[in-house]
Design a protein around this ligand. Structure first.
Ligand SMILES: NC(=O)c1ccc[n+]([C@@H]2O[C@H](COP(=O)([O-])OP(=O)(O)OC[C@H]3O[C@@H](n4cnc5c(N)ncnc54)[C@H](OP(=O)(O)O)[C@@H]3O)[C@@H](O)[C@H]2O)c1
Length: 213
């Protein structure tokens, strides 16, 4: 499928590279230098290229939004009309110094995004793991036991698209339901970030849920 990357930083660059290696047609966009985007596209190989946010969104089967909360309005304005598009967000509604969620409990970053892009089919996915684990998960994708990855959204067809990409990266997708459930997944990510960056063991951390009979 065609995947437009809006925000080619830690998350967007890695996920876009993995999507390209998994055979998708990726367009990297939105970084502070065109040279970085060019380099990313070249290194990702396959059918990867780079462009403006508008070019990344155009004809995309899915768009990955991977920017800081404070950059949402700017990148969305540059991307243009996203109505009808599958917009997968890994972005969290963090304050400027990335210490606190600025939206929680009564809403979520994903729901606020959905209000900003009426008509787009928003799915929250990939935001619950640190970028440092992504290449490792992709490398281990043939293992029998994959790490879990929760996703949520209101449009079943959009979630199917997200689930395919989640599988392609090497996770076991868990569809937890409606977009409003991002109210749970976003604070959960604060726990994951705590474990990844503040507790001994390193940031290449994923999670897996198990049921016992
Ligand atoms: N990093 C993680 O492990 C992680 C995990 C889960 C969720 N998240 C969430 O995912 C989202 C993306 O995180 P990230 O760590 O990937 O962020 P990041 O590394 O800062 O990437 C953001 C991208 O936006 C670009 N950008 C910023 N300001 C810009 C401007 N003025 N003009 C053009 N481009 C600009 C950056 O350009 P440059 O490339 O030039 O810097 C970068 O490509 C955030 O909402 C974060 O909370 C991150």
């Amino acid at each position: 499928m065609r995947v437009g990357i809006l925000g080619s930083g830690l998350m967007g660059a890695k996920l876009g590279t993995i999507f390209a290696r998994a055979g998708h047609e990726v367009v990297f966009s939105y970084a502070r230098s065109e040279e970085k985007l060019r380099r990313l596209a070249r290194k990702a190989g396959g059918k990867a290229r780079f462009g403006t946010p508008r070019e990344a969104a155009q004809d995309a089967d899915a768009v990955l939004l991977a920017v800081h909360w404070l950059r949402f309005d700017d990148v969305l304005a540059q991307a243009g009309d996203l109505s009808g598009k599958v917009v997968i967000t890994c972005s969290l509604p963090m304050n400027a110094d990335d210490t606190e969620l600025v939206v929680a409990q009564s809403s979520s970053g994903a729901e606020e995004l959905a209000k900003k892009v009426p008509g787009a089919r928003v799915v929250a996915a990939f935001g619950t793991v640190p970028s440092e684990v992504l290449f490792g998960v992709y490398a281990a994708r043939r293992r029998k036991q994959r790490p879990s990855l929760v996703c949520c959204g209101d449009d079943p067809k959009a979630k199917k698209v997200a689930v395919k990409l989640i599988r392609d990266v090497g996770f076991d997708p868990i569809d937890i339901g409606a977009l409003r459930l991002a109210r749970y997944t976003e604070p959960f990510t604060m726990l994951i970030a705590r474990l990844a960056y503040e507790v001994k063991g390193g940031p290449a951390l994923a999670y897996r849920f198990e049921r016992f009979k």
